[in-house]
Design a protein around this ligand. Structure first.
Ligand code: FAD
Length: 506
């Protein structure tokens, strides 16, 4: 690579799945015409075509690109998501909700959940903490409304994300990117040429013999990691001993009358099944571990537990949980499945794409391609993957199920020290320890700890020391405010029909 310090003039993206088109859209929006952006994709190879549930930060991504929400939901046949219902995870017959938003509302310097623990451990309130989640109150009533900005209102205590059709999402972003000058080339990359001097990627060759040269390459080629692994051999850190699922069979089915505003994840003997409601269909998949169930049996289990008639044939996807050892190597950064995959339990993959893109924009190299930039990108991304990894492992580790081999393995497995440390704090005195860059904030950890039967031995000390606070009155008022707020909201289906009905929903 030349030692010039001028800005990049050409970036090549290999891959046109969600990762490729999210990257193309964001780069085109930010870089304007200062740099040519070319995206290569192969229709014959196709995309994974799943990835339909998101978490709230996706709204920031859309806002940054100036995407109007109603248009977005309409064009992707999307629906709103208030959180995830976890069924049979801690034990059979039990469920809990991981909401997007806080529990209760703050009425003192001591957090609400500290008081809730104090009251619950003393037997003065019954029922799960879910009863104090605005998201769950709305979700179980099948309602939706936007949160309100006035922080004195209970309607300000929740957040939301989307479910959408992955194919329509890529098409939506493609339109966005092409209008802003991204050049798309259809073709299969068959060769990658590297400089003999420093090993930097110089060009890729397509099956048509066309050569596409670039100064910087973004590998969005999916699990195969065509550039980052195929050419640069960045290496892969395998996390299967912590996140043992390695297959998913997916099939959509006919939509249900009531479109629930949440994802459902139901634990099964050898994995778990997702249910994602869209306007025109419901997405389903059984994520499983091949050591404990065969592909045919997994497919049968999925097909026999759908809400409606299947639409199309089931599709098997194979993966290895983990991450690329180097996300950015030389003049290539891997974004999307080429960077790693931690399984879809908490809908974090599209989020990791979003943050990969934002980090790339923040650390945009010039032609000098300083290795310091790659080092910083890799260090930040590694930390982000590891924080998410720990949160996912918690779901598997904290189970009391002993009815199947997978769950016996998970409850007995060694976990990363970083996670054990967090669990010890919560179990001992009900405190959440997290670093401020944590994607999943305190309410998420509380939901999963309590939902999966990790109960603190005692409530945090401060809650015990503030006997003068009228906690019972405040809690009653919060519960009443939630009930009143939900009563005024529209059914989720009506909300969609009124504001963002997809033309294909009928
Ligand atoms: P892909 O979709 O595989 O795209 C790869 C692209 O590279 C394609 O365009 C392909 O044609 C192209 N390509 C590959 N090789 C070549 C070549 N030689 N020449 C030219 N082009 C090539 N994420 C979430 O956030 N939420 C979810 O609910 C969720 N659920 C998931 C469920 C499952 C079972 C799986 C496996 C993943 C899920 N994900 C989810 C992850 C999400 O699907 C991906 O992160 C997202 O779709 C991005 O994929 P991608 O673009 O990296 O790869």
């Amino acid at each position: 690579m030349s030692d010039q310090r001028g800005p990049l003039e050409s970036i090549v993206i290999v891959g046109g799945g969600s990762a490729g088109w999210m990257t193309a859209a964001a780069l085109a929006d930010s870089l304007g015409s200062s740099c040519t952006i070319t995206l290569i994709e192969s229709e014959a190879i196709g995309t994974v075509g799943v990835g339909e549930a998101t978490i709230p930060p996706i709204r920031n991504f859309n806002q940054r690109l100036g995407i109007d929400e109603a248009t977005f939901v309409k064009e992707t046949a999307g629906s709103y998501k208030l959180g995830i219902q976890f069924v049979d995870w801690s034990r059979l017959g039990h469920s809990y909700f991981h909401p997007f938003g806080q529990f209760g509302a703050e009425f003192d310097t001591v957090p609400f959940y500290h008081y809730w623990m104090r009251e619950s451990l003393a037997g003065r309130i019954e029922g799960p903490i879910d009863e104090f989640s605005m998201c769950w109150a709305m979700a179980k009533a099948g309602k939706f409304a936007h949160p309100q900005p006035d922080r004195r209102k209970i309607q300000s205590t929740f957040d939301y994300a989307y479910h959408f059709d992955a194919g329509l999402y890529a098409a939506f972003l493609r339109k966005f990117a092409e209008v802003r000058g991204v050049k798309r080339i259809e073709g299969r990359v068959v060769d990658v040429a590297r400089s003999g001097e420093d090993g930097f990627i110089e060009s890729v060759t397509l099956d048509s013999d066309e050569k596409v040269a670039g100064e910087f390459f973004v590998d969005c080629s999916g699990f195969r990691g065509l550039l980052i692994e195929g050419a640069l051999e960045a290496g892969y850190e395998n996390w299967q001993h912590w996140l043992p699922c390695d297959r998913a069979v997916a099939v959509p089915c006919a939509k249900q009358h009531d479109i629930t505003p949440y994802t459902r994840s139901t634990a099964k003997a050898a994995g778990w099944q997702w249910r994602i409601p869209l306007q025109h269909r419901t997405g389903n998949g059984y994520v499983h571990c091949s050591e404990y169930v065969g592909e045919d049996e997994a497919t049968e289990i999925l097909m026999s537990s759908l809400d409606g008639e299947p639409v199309g044939d089931p599709r098997m996807l194979r993966f290895v949980t983990g991450r690329r050892r180097k996300f950015w190597d030389k003049n290539c950064v891997a974004i999307g499945l080429s960077a790693g995959f931690m399984e879809p339990l908490e809908s974090t993959s599209l989020h990791l794409i979003q943050y990969g893109i934002l980090r790339l924009l923040a650390l945009m190299p010039d032609r000098e391609m300083s290795p310091l930039l790659a080092r910083e990108y890799n260090s930040q991304t590694t930390a982000e993957y590891e924080r998410i990894r720990d949160f996912l492992i918690l779901h598997y580790k904290a189970t009391t199920r002993d009815d199947a081999e997978l769950w016996r393995y998970c409850s007995a497995m060694e976990i990363p020290e970083t996670l054990q440390y967090k669990i010890d704090h919560f179990r001992n005195h009900g405190m959440i320890v997290s670093d401020e860059r944590e994607l999943f904030a305190n309410p998420s950890w509380i939901a999963v700890y309590l939902g999966q039967d990790i109960v603190p031995e005692r409530a945090p000390a401060m809650a015990q020391m503030r006997g003068q606070v009228p906690v019972a009155d405040r809690m009653r008022a919060i519960a009443q405010a939630m009930e009143d707020a939900v009563a005024e909201m529209s059914a989720h289906g009506d909300f969609l029909a009124r504001h963002c009905r997809s033309p294909i929903a009928a």
